[in-house]
Design a protein around this ligand. Structure first.
Ligand code: UDP
Length: 327
């Protein structure tokens, strides 16, 4: 059984990756500092409590578990926070990733799957966002992820570290069995905040900006189901196992939805009113982020079959009603 070190395995996407890895016959080894991860989300393999800022923790994990490959999810990932604390984003994301990349190289672990973001592209008017689009990030989150992509390329050239980079669009939804799901404290993401507002668990949702140059004035995003997203990672692992060249793939559906459209769909799925107020723009937000690439479908054989807005909100709502973490 191949062993995969999953950094951030106790987080939202990482825990779904662990479930998918186990189902695909791998042993996922979670590496997490539990700053934002949840112990209850670690259900699918062993766990190492450690910090990417501490190289010795990573070396110990490699020595104990001898992973065949790495899936690197652990990162600070909130645009709003990155605008206020850029230093923390550069420091944590870049130094932590560099420690991990150096440790993997030293341990002879040469297959690396990296969680990057469409935030590396920044704002491009009327440009199809494909993998060749110039990366001009608007915030330290996107910029730190772009820097890590550069580090991976340098380590491939110098040390043969092979990689698949996935640039995510907006990840949404939850495990259809509601064993795991999205749960951030504090929560900043649109769909979970909306479901909380519907449920009366928090105040009305604030729509961040209604004067964007879009048909209804609100930002447009390309939402992809977390289960489809992690399926792509399994395909990315096979890609590396099959000896293919390092590659970059966008993970989005190519369809964009405005904040108002997400509100309408949430109302339809839950059959309840969505309390919301209109507010000012959030600093660092791009007007429209929609993938213009079908490379993942064409080359990896990826099929994002659960990524309709209705399915994502249905699965998120099921998780919202059935599960949450406390520790
Ligand atoms: N958004 C919003 N109100 C909120 C949270 C998010 O209007 O309370 C908007 C945000 O401006 C963006 C979209 O919803 O256009 C998705 O934001 P999210 O934070 O979920 O993901 P991001 O696009 O920042 O990765």
């Amino acid at each position: 059984m191949k062993r995969i070190l999953v950094t951030g395995g106790a987080g939202y996407i990482g825990s779904h990756a662990c479930k998918a890895l186990k189902a695909a016959g791998y042993l996922p080894i979670t590496f997490d500092n539990f700053d934002t991860g949840w112990r209850e989300a670690v259900k699918f393999g062993p766990v190492v409590e450690g910090d990417l800022m501490n190289r010795a923790d990573i070396d110990a994990a490699f020595a104990e578990h001898q992973p065949d490959a790495v899936m690197h999810f652990a990162a600070l990932s909130q645009v709003g926070e990155a605008m206020k604390e850029p230093g923390r984003y550069w420091h944590t994301n870049v130094t932590g990733s560099l420690n991990l990349i150096e440790a993997a190289t030293a341990a002879g672990c040469r297959d690396f799957v990296f969680s990057s973001t469409c935030a590396t592209y920044g704002e491009h008017d009327n440009v199809v966002l494909d993998e060749a689009t110039t990366q001009l990030p608007l915030n330290a989150y996107g910029a730190s992820k772009r820097a890590i992509e550069d580090i991976l390329r340098d380590f491939e050239a110098a040390h043969g570290l092979r990689h698949v980079i996935f640039r995510y669009f907006n990840v949404a939804g939850a495990d259809p069995e509601a064993e795991i799901g999205e749960f951030h404290r504090p929560e900043t993401h649109l769909i979970p905040l909306m479901l909380d507002a519907i449920d009366g668990k928090r105040d009305a949702l604030t729509v961040f900006g209604t004067d964007y140059d879009t048909p209804d004035g609100t930002c447009i995003r390309d939402y992809v189901h977390v289960c489809d997203l992690v399926d792509a990672h399994i395909l990315g692992l096979s890609w590396l196992e099959n000896g293919k060249d390092s590659a970059v793939f966008n993970l989005g559906t190519g369809r964009g939805f405005s904040v108002r459209e997400v509100i309408d769909q949430s109302k339809a799925v839950t059959n309840r009113a969505v309390p919301f107020v209109e507010g000012p723009r959030r600093a660092g937000d791009a007007t429209k982020l929609v993938s213009g690439s079908t490379r993942a479908e064409a080359e990896l054989g990826w099929t994002p079959s659960r990524s309709t807005l209705q399915q994502m909100i249905t699965d998120a709502w099921r998780w919202h009603q059935n599960g949450h973490y406390t520790r």
